[in-house]
Ligand binder design. Structure first.
Ligand SMILES: Nc1ncnc2c1ncn2[C@@H]1O[C@H](COP(=O)(O)OP(=O)(O)OP(=O)(O)O)[C@@H](O)[C@H]1O
Length: 216
């Protein structure tokens, strides 16, 4: 897996948000993007995951330019290649934990029972498998979100502020889990955060400023 974001530009109305942001991610990298609230991190993640399109620039994943794909093609590509974890977790409230985790597997037309059981164990959420999202703690919700994101064994995991709603203990758990997933599954992880509690994650560090990404 190799992801290249090249000279990404995006504006909303008259407001430029991204002004030539570029990033290179190799297989197995953990990349951390920091930067103050409202600077454009979410906008950038949405573009590199193919949820949104840039005004200018390219996103190349394994020699395919996803900005040239149709919306359908991008959705399919995302389902198999990219796992997403959002700040708001985006679990489906009417579905149980098992059903939430099974969803991407079903969408991909895969057998799901065995894989869901593996994930429940891996993320230590077996005890809540029949619960619904509103019945979960923040830490449990985030682990369910991670289980769902990695269900299809994507090569890239994109996490937007994954710890912002969590207390210190759960934050440490999530940081350890991301580290473990990166090592054991050789998954590249791209995290946007302004949470200082994530500082001890060993990562390639970037910060966003004035619409661009800088190392450091
Ligand atoms: N759909 C949209 N329409 C108009 N403006 C938008 C839209 N999405 C984002 N913005 C604006 O673009 C800027 C960048 O937003 P973005 O969410 O990417 O920042 P961020 O760095 O992820 O912030 P945070 O850390 O608070 O999540 C903000 O000023 C925001 O108000």
């Amino acid at each position: 897996m190799h992801l290249q974001a090249l000279d990404i530009h995006k504006h909303y109305g008259k407001k430029p948000v991204l002004r030539g942001a570029s990033l290179n991610v190799e297989r197995g990298d953990i990349v951390m993007i920091r930067g103050q609230s409202g600077i454009g991190k979410t906008t950038f993640l949405n573009i590199i995951s193919g949820i949104d399109l840039p005004d200018k620039g390219r996103v190349i994943i394994d020699s395919k330019d996803i900005t040239k794909m149709s919306e359908n093609e991008r959705a399919k590509f995302r389902l198999h290649k990219i796992g997403l974890i959002f700040q708001s977790m985006n679990l489906i409230e009417d579905l149980s934990v098992i059903e939430n985790i099974a969803l991407p597997l079903k969408l991909a037309g895969k057998k799901w029972k065995k894989r869901v059981n593996e994930l429940l164990q891996y993320l230590n959420i077996e005890n809540v498998k029949h619960s619904f999202p509103t019945e979960l703690s923040g830490g449990e919700m985030q682990r369910v979100a991670i289980a769902r994101a990695i269900a299809n064994e994507p090569e890239i995991l994109v996490a937007d502020e994954p710890t912002s709603n969590l207390d210190d203990e759960n934050t440490e758990n999530i940081v350890n889990l991301l580290r473990k997933i990166n090592k054991e599954m050789n998954m590249s992880i791209i995290i946007a955060t302004h949470d200082p509690r994530m500082e001890n994650l060993d990562a390639k560090r970037f910060f966003m400023k004035e619409g661009k990404l800088y190392e450091g």
